[in-house]
Design a binder for this molecule. Structure first.
Ligand SMILES: C[S@@+](CC[C@H](N)C(=O)[O-])C[C@H]1O[C@@H](n2cnc3c(N)ncnc32)[C@H](O)[C@@H]1O
Length: 249
């Protein structure tokens, strides 16, 4: 198994992330995923932030739990976890993924729309950590099958509206002065050109939280085929927006 040394977060604003073997989703889970695992993050992307922004046995929330990557990372760091995910099939997948870990941590999973007021949550959380579902994926799905799904947003303003409602719910469930951390990228979409998604998300976050800092994660990528627009880039960096649930002054 290829294990790189566990990264500690430093004061540097960027770092290059190396893939660990435990970042790979098991092939049988990948094959069964409704979205083909296309949005699967890395466990090693999440671990340094969990260590730096929470303590042992704290409760960590992922409001867009997806394939359970944040939850796996939090469990590996000895945290209790709560995941919210709108797709039932993904909740099943997370359950399978977590059952392969030998752990004693508390896990609660809720199949629900994170825009709703998280009625099933019965405890406030010490850290919220998530990867934002991106805009521009609606072409790949049959929207009628996926109600409430952020990936199905047809226009950018309604997409940002969904995120705004989710952020306000996170604020409600996050303990005072604790951190909410969001991973996102600016995008280059075939039909819409450059979309400054990460920067727009940061502006919305500022309406709910104190935006404290950022980190930029860089990924080593081969040069890809990018089509005819000569300004297009291989998206190989990601913003980590670090917010605190403190009074906005
Ligand atoms: C970026 S993925 C998270 C995947 C995560 N990075 C991982 O590797 O496990 C975003 C997830 O948010 C879910 N989602 C989208 N809209 C949602 C909503 N309104 N409420 C809850 N979950 C939602 C999607 O189904 C998707 O699984």
């Amino acid at each position: 198994m290829h294990l790189t040394e566990e990264r500690e977060l430093t004061n540097n604003s960027w770092f290059i992330l190396e893939r660990n073997e435990y970042d790979n989703l098991a092939p049988e889970l990948l094959e069964g995923d409704i979205f083909g695992g296309r949005d699967c993050g890395w466990v090693s992307q999440m671990r340094p932030f969990i260590r730096a922004f929470s303590s042992s046995e704290d409760l960590v929330l992922d409001p867009f739990a997806g394939l359970g990557t944040t939850l796996v990372a939090a469990i590996m760091e000895g945290r209790n976890v709560v995941g919210v995910e709108i797709e039932a099939k993904r909740i099943e997948l997370i359950n399978k993924r977590l059952s392969s870990l030998n752990h004693k941590q508390g896990v609660s999973l809720h199949r629900m729309d994170a825009q709703k007021a998280f009625p099933e949550m019965n405890s406030t959380v010490d850290l919220s950590l998530t990867s934002i579902p991106y805009f521009g994926a609606s072409d790949s799905f049959d929207a009628s099958k996926y109600q409430g799904q952020t990936y199905n947003s047809l226009d950018y303003q309604s997409y940002l509206g969904i995120l705004d409602r989710v952020f306000s719910n996170i604020k409600r469930w996050l303990k005072k002065d604790k951190f909410a951390i969001f991973m996102c990228e600016n995008l280059h979409l075939q039909n819409a050109g450059f979309v400054p998604l990460a920067w727009d998300v940061a502006r919305i976050l500022q309406q709910h939280f104190v935006l404290c800092d950022e980190r930029i994660i860089c990924y080593e990528k081969e040069n890809g085929e990018l089509g005819s627009d000569s300004t297009r880039t291989n998206r190989s960096h990601e913003y980590v927006l670090i917010c605190r649930n403190s009074l906005i002054t």
